[in-house]
Design a protein around this ligand. Structure first.
Ligand SMILES: [Zn+2]
Length: 401
């Protein structure tokens, strides 16, 4: 059994009531998970009620509309979790042996933060909160001292609510486009003698990792950050991008990792793409790991991203029963035959109580369902907004002049 058995919930793209979150906590506790990774900030919203930076509570918390393909919402959409609500979730989890790991995304996926604080962008340009999904060029200007000061002030405010050991600081999907034309970033890179943008990003990440270490916390970053070659080994990488040699090298040379290979663990993918039998075959290891490297795998985590999950029923249907398979893998109890596991699910379903399970006929993979699933994936994910972004370039929004 691995020490880290995690579940991640995205409460940005669509949020959940605290009652629904607690209901999910009940299930994961029963299934043996011990970490709840809470994704609270991203391009499309900011969910942490801040006393220090009240603009986050107004400007960054609400987007004017949501264009996630199938889940199109024409009205403004947003919500904050108050400090009392977040403390309540932390204490509820703690009562069930679960640590809450908050995440502040940086330096990419910061569209909402930048919409409230444009001075943190390269050139201080105005940034709009995002209304569709994708990877956006609006990222923090990491040359500016104000950026580091703001981020660490936010971390301090988060730490007042979240007392756990781990803290997630993102680090994924950060296009360097604006850094390339920013005089501050260019000057900083020259001073550092750097030409590689991933290495430049890590100078910032390492400073934040060091800051957290100074507070007795362990930083987690998505494994995109390994690319720069200079990531602080005190950071734990969350391996989602698969077949990444640099991550394997990082782990073999003493870096720690949590595994969330997306084609097994991302439970927002339809069952036809990530069927239950695939999730059940998950192993807490990677090809190319040495014996030493294998010891550096802390455990597994299953994230669920909510771009097109706008209600609790959809959320539960995607989670159940696949989350049971993740728990078996995390506990190292997935060696038995799949058919036996299917029988176990029925028993477990009775113990869990009132959750919406996906229709049993859709659990297991067939070739036809796989092809149909990818078509559905394209339809759901590559939305009109995403295509507009690709066609019309940066920061396109309907109505932009
Ligand atoms: Zn810059």
């Amino acid at each position: 059994m691995k020490e880290y058995r995690g579940f991640m919930l995205d409460s940005v793209r669509h949020f959940q009531s605290t009652d629904e979150i607690k209901k999910l906590i009940d299930a994961i506790a029963l299934l043996g998970f011990n970490k709840f990774h809470w994704h609270l900030t991203d391009d499309q919203g900011w969910r942490f009620a801040s006393d220090r930076f009240p603009r986050l509570n107004t400007v960054a918390a609400v987007r004017p509309y949501s264009d996630f393909g199938k889940t199109l919402i024409r009205e403004p959409y947003g919500r904050l979790y108050s400090k009392d609500e977040m403390r309540d979730i932390v204490s509820y989890c703690s009562g069930k042996g679960i640590e809450v790991i908050p995440e502040i995304e940086m330096p990419g996926h910061t569209g909402a933060l930048l919409s409230a604080f444009p001075s943190l962008s390269c050139g201080g340009k105005k940034v709009r909160i995002k209304t569709h999904q994708g990877v956006f060029r609006d990222v923090l200007c990491i040359a500016r001292e104000e950026t580091f000061e703001t981020v660490t002030a936010l971390i301090d405010e988060f730490l007042e609510i979240f007392p756990g050991e781990f803290f997630h600081i993102g680090g994924d999907e950060t296009p360097p486009d604006h850094w390339k034309s920013c005089p501050d970033c260019q000057r900083k890179m020259r001073e550092l003698g750097l030409e590689d943008y991933s290495a430049y990003q890590n100078i910032f990440m390492n400073r934040v990792i060091d800051y957290l270490a100074g507070k007795g916390r362990r930083a987690i970053v998505w494994n995109d950050s390994v690319k720069g070659g200079n990531l602080d080994k005190r950071a734990i990488i969350q391996y989602w991008k698969e077949r990444d040699r640099a991550s394997v090298d990082f782990i073999n040379s003493g870096g720690r990792a949590i595994l969330s290979p997306f084609s097994y663990c991302y439970l927002d993918y339809d069952y036809s793409i990530t069927p239950l039998n695939r999730v059940y075959s998950l192993k807490p290891s990677l090809r190319g790991l040495t014996d030493e490297g294998k010891k550096n795998i802390l455990g597994l985590e299953a994230p669920i991203w909510t771009e097109y999950i706008d209600n609790d029923e959809k959320l539960e249907r995607l989670l159940f029963p696949r989350i049971i398979a993740v728990s078996k893998a995390a506990l190292g109890e997935n060696d038995g035959p799949y058919e036996e596991f299917l029988r176990e699910i029925k028993e477990m379903r009775g113990r869990l109580g009132g959750y919406v399970f996906e229709d049993e006929r859709r659990w297991t993979k067939t070739r036809l369902s796989y092809a149909a699933g990818w078509l559905r994936f394209v339809r759901d994910n590559y939305t009109a907004g995403y295509i507009r972004e690709q066609l019309f370039g940066k920061d396109y929004l309907p109505g932009n002049k």
